[in-house]
Design a protein around this ligand. Structure first.
Ligand code: SF4
Length: 325
């Protein structure tokens, strides 16, 4: 639960405040806070042209607080646009004792909001559950972390689902914190971000991905979920690793707590210095998904897993006959 619970009255209506937004100095009661989140999401969608009136929107729903909150907000916004439609998609990676609960929560919330819910599994799409690859020692042998494979395959699974369901756009629940963390990770690995995250980018064969929460801090999404009484999964994934992202997340959270508004400043500065990607995306030789390389990362990993080869540029070349992996 976020800690900035103020003792002042709500700056909007004068009722008892439940949250003080440190970076703006505004206090909110529960109702005005929820209203403010929904208003800011509408504003973000309209300011950046994230969604269109006739979009078929695929909402990627993991069952966690962020994605279920996004589902609620979009279900509310979408009602005003009769030519648009929503479909929620969850990916079942095959993580026993973890994903099942999340899928159930996602499915219940979809029923509550009258949104179609579809589940796609790693097993059906890629031929193996994550558990089997972890337990069988397959990932260790390949030198892959569970999260690396999981993240790449989940992204690909969402794209495959989007095509099958004729979605025109994919909405993900990335928050302001997630996006700034990713930019910092790029910079710390030695490359400047090459494209803004969560803004609509069209292109042949591309189903654009948008992040309607891109201007909402993570802690406000958490509070929105609590105040909206959205039941969400709190159990951590058993495969969660102490990742580079955790280190960046902790640093940025501490910095933001001391210097409120830093995340907004970082987002603005980084995005105003992004230069557009050079060269058009091409279709992956194997699956046809858009990629900047000849073979997309998801297929590269699928090949490595199925042929039990170590993941790497040199080792993959003879198997797939391309130079640009
Ligand atoms: Fe996948 Fe890692 Fe997230 Fe677990 S923690 S769901 S393995 S990305």
């Amino acid at each position: 639960m976020p800690s900035h619970v103020g003792s002042k009255p709500c700056s909007v209506c004068g009722d008892a405040a439940v949250y003080r937004q440190v970076y703006s100095g505004v206090s909110f009661c529960s109702a005005c806070f929820k209203e403010s989140i929904e208003r800011r999401v509408r504003k973000t969608i309209s300011k950046y042209g994230l969604l269109r009136e006739d979009d078929r929107i695929l909402v990627a729903v993991s069952g966690g607080k962020d994605s279920l909150s996004l589902l609620k907000v979009l279900a509310k916004i979408e009602r005003a646009f009769p030519r648009s439609s929503l479909v929620a998609v969850s990916i079942d990676e095959g993580i026993a004792g973890y994903r099942d609960e999340a899928l159930q929560l996602a499915s219940e919330l979809c029923r509550r909001f009258g949104v179609e819910h579809r589940v796609y599994s790693f097993e059906e799409l890629f031929g193996s559950s994550l558990d089997r690859l972890v337990r069988g020692g397959e990932l260790n042998r390949l030198g892959l972390g569970a999260c690396t494979l999981c993240g790449v395959w989940r992204r690909k699974a969402i794209s495959m689902a989007a095509r099958e369901l004729s979605a025109t756009v994919v909405a993900t629940a990335h928050t302001l914190d997630d996006i700034v963390q990713t930019y910092f990770m790029d910079i710390l690995r030695g490359s400047f971000p090459r494209a803004p995250i969560g803004l609509r980018r069209e292109g042949e064969g591309i189903i654009p991905r948008v992040a309607p929460f891109r201007q909402i801090p993570e802690e406000e999404v958490v509070l929105y979920a609590y105040l909206s009484k959205i039941p969400f999964q709190e159990t951590p994934c058993p495969n969660a690793e102490n990742s580079q992202r955790d280190m960046v997340r902790n640093f940025l959270a501490k910095f933001e707590a001391k210097y409120a508004g830093s995340l907004f400043a970082a987002l603005k500065t980084i995005e105003s210095n992004i230069r557009p990607l050079e060269g058009a995306l091409k279709a992956c030789q194997f699956c046809g998904e858009p990629t900047s390389r000849d073979v997309c990362r998801a297929c590269e990993l699928e090949i490595a897993v199925s042929r039990k080869i170590t993941v790497g540029r040199e080792l993959l070349r003879p198997y797939i006959g391309v130079d640009d992996i």
